[in-house]
Ligand binder design. Structure first.
Ligand SMILES: [Fe+2]
Length: 244
């Protein structure tokens, strides 16, 4: 079937309940993977990323060169047409700016991305400026591995601390209060999500997408385990009796 709407097409595929009164533990949530050390990223790196980022629409959010290098096909015109149909239907217009993006990853950040060890790994930095809104949608990452869609993963590494007015929505859950270094993921096939910056400062996030493999599973497991240990230590600190 040739779908007019990208949203309606993905809705058909999704297992999400699409009921705003339900908080389903599998879907209305962000999956907290752990923390990663981002202390190697310099202020200069962050300044350059922000300055070199470009304002992106749905149509200009991709990078066919980068996709080509990792063997992922570029989007077809019919995908853009269906996405733009949704934008117009909801009142955003074709040329709505969703976020600034930057595909030039400095070595300090590439090293962080490389820790995920995904196959066909793609990295992109989102710099969402105040006023930018990435409207509600479901991802279409099938092209990474059409024969085994469940093997495709997407991680978000926050590169700046949360500031008031910044948020992500995952189903009916709103994610806020992150710290730089927090790593999260979500069920991309099913969960409608969005993000907006109604604050005063840019929100900077590294996005890592690729195919899971034995090495990546072990690396991400270690990331989670070491983060849990950190949280336990914090709890111990908070539970210590005595004067603060
Ligand atoms: Fe998305």
């Amino acid at each position: 079937m040739n779908w007019k709407s990208s949203w309606e097409k993905n809705k058909e595929r999704s297992k999400y309940h699409f009921d705003s009164n339900i908080m389903h533990p599998l879907y209305d949530t962000v999956i907290r993977v752990g923390q990663i050390d981002v202390s190697t990223i310099t202020d200069e790196d962050i300044k350059d990323i922000v300055e070199d980022s470009y304002a992106s629409t749905w149509r200009t959010r991709g990078n066919s060169d980068k996709h080509g290098k990792i063997g992922v096909r570029s989007r077809k015109e019919e995908e853009f047409v269906a996405e733009e149909y949704d934008l117009v239907q909801s009142g955003y217009g074709h040329d709505h700016i969703i976020s600034n993006l930057n595909w030039n990853i400095p070595p300090t950040i590439q090293k962080i991305a490389d820790q995920f060890k995904l196959t066909r790994q793609m990295t992109r930095i989102h710099v969402q400026f105040p006023g930018q809104v990435w409207n509600l949608h479901m991802d279409k990452l099938e092209k990474w591995n059409p024969d085994d869609i469940d093997s495709i993963e997407r991680y978000m590494v926050q590169l700046s601390d949360w500031k008031p007015g910044q948020w992500f929505s995952y189903g009916n859950y709103t994610f806020e209060h992150w710290k730089a270094g927090d790593v999260t993921t979500f069920n991309w096939q099913d969960v409608p999500h969005s993000t907006a910056n109604a604050g005063h400062e840019p929100r900077i996030t590294l996005q890592v997408t690729g195919i899971s493999n034995k090495e990546s599973k072990a690396a991400i497991h270690t990331m989670t385990q070491s983060s849990q240990r950190k949280e336990q230590r914090n709890e111990t600190l908070f539970n210590t009796e005595g004067p603060l």
